[in-house]
Design a protein around this ligand. Structure first.
Ligand SMILES: [Zn+2]
Length: 56
C-alpha cells in the first residue's frame, strides 16, 4: 500500500503533467487548461495515483 496525496492528483493532468485547480471543470469532469486533455476526473486521478505508485 502506497500513500499518495489525492488532493494533488485530482488537479494534475495525466497527459502533460500540468497541475491547476482550473483543470477541474466540475467535480466529475477534468479538462486540462494547458493541453486540452479531457477525462473523467476520477479516471484521470486514478492514472496519476498509479503513475506515482509505479515511480516509487
Ligand atoms: Zn494536460
Amino acid at each position: 500500500m502506497v500513500a499518495v496525496n489525492p488532493q494533488c492528483t485530482s488537479q494534475k493532468c495525466n497527459v502533460c503533467g500540468h497541475s491547476a485547480k482550473e483543470n477541474r471543470k466540475t467535480q466529475a469532469e477534468f479538462q486540462c487548461v494547458s493541453c486540452g486533455h479531457m477525462d473523467h476526473a476520477d479516471s484521470n486521478a486514478t492514472k496519476n495515483i498509479r503513475d506515482l505508485a509505479l515511480a516509487l
